[in-house]
Design a protein around this ligand. Sequence first.
Ligand SMILES: [Zn+2]
Length: 185
Amino acid sequence: MSVKSIVLYPEDKEILRAKCRPVKSVSSWVRQLAQDLVDTLNHHPEGVGLAAPQIGAHSRVVVVRLGGGPGSEREPDAPMPLINPTIIEARDERRDFDGCLSIPGLYGETVRPHYLRVKGLNMAGRVFDRVFEGFDAVVVHHELDHLEGVLFIDRVESLEYLYRVVEGDDGQLVRIPLTPVTRSE
Ligand SMILES: [Zn+2]
């Protein structure tokens, strides 16, 4: 396991809870941060997004891999950086699959917009304004949450929407519900 993959699961979970600041410009430092995120995500082909706090930085930079997700027939695209991303419009909320490289082995279902219009800067420092739809919108929304210190487990409405995924005897992936919490009443 590379050093870069270890920082995804910081011992100090507060690193994931801090709010991130916008960058003033797309400086060489910001481009390097974005490149580090791209490189780190490329180490994790199972991941479709990564945000700066997950590698210990608190600037508003994320990377996303579009075109993937459950049921997708193809490999998602190469990681694309979004710098200072801001939501302009969010609608069409639906329940969908969720998971996080910083919370390995745990998955859930969350309600997120499936139509998301976001404005921000690209690596060249130019303004972009684009619409993400379907699972792409879920991925972008998940990463933007990280910039506010919000994790997907915060959005899971109840334990029944949280599960682990393990490989069964036949090699198929199966969902294992979390053991219900024993209540002392
Ligand atoms: Zn995440």
